[in-house]
Design a protein around this ligand. Sequence first.
Ligand SMILES: [Zn+2]
Length: 311
Amino acid sequence: MTAVFQNPIFQDETKAREALEAVRWPEGPYCPHCGNSDPEKIAKIEGKKQSHRPGLYYCNECKGQFTVTVGTVFEKSKVPLTKWWMAAHLMNSGKNGVSAHEIHRTIGVTYKTAWFMMHRLREAMSEVASAPMGGTGGPVQADETYYGGTSKRAKGYVKGFGGKSSVVALVEPATGQARAFVMKGTSAHQVSEILFTNVVRKATTLVTDESRLYTKAGTEFADHQTVLHTAKKYVNEAGFTTNHVENFFGVLKRGMRGTYTHCDEKHLQRYVAEFQFRYNNRSGLGVSDGERTAKALKGIEGKRLTYRPTN
Ligand SMILES: [Zn+2]
């Protein structure tokens, strides 16, 4: 076992569960069945009886029982929480990601289990977009890249048409945040829809390369600046660049090539979400590996499940 796993949350199941409770319920447990969060009406079932699952709570409001994993992507899993912490830690250390093979070898689960764990953790790491970007007078950079292709040799990322899937990314330099979307094929219509849904058109300067995908949509923004990459100019005359979004793709492509050599196109959105999460919670923005891991696990709560009603 590596030295990094000295922390008790990687070794002691009770500690791992308590740490997960602290992440998921910072203000105390709440019932995933009825949403009750009144501490007077939630009791921890602490018995010496073998029949009791550890970490079991009883809700006096709906008479239901629950643990910290009920209603999460871990719910049906038999994998100990110590191993979930390890996998989440490995996926959130460094920016390039980790392979299922590495998880399998490092934490001692089968390759198949490692693969499923990673997909569940990617689900946890997929961010729910909140308010649109821009609108404050600053730039939002947009770019796209293509994934897949018809021949095996062409598999991977390519700049240019012909790929089956493409990824459009938006980065707002002022906040350092990115959003990335997988599209089937590529069309100006799809790109426009992504832009209009995710970026405030008023008081935002859209910055892109010279691609015609953005020409029409660009006219809807307060300003549209283009950078001519074909001319190897990375800053245009007005001083705008697409460096941030290119950096995002740089990390994505390196990680995908190095770590996920056999990424099936149907899973592309999940991989992209994983990279987006790490990018938006990167050390350059002051987020430590430990904080990133905890934040990833905070997302285990099913995205389709109800939110805590009070806050
Ligand atoms: Zn309840």
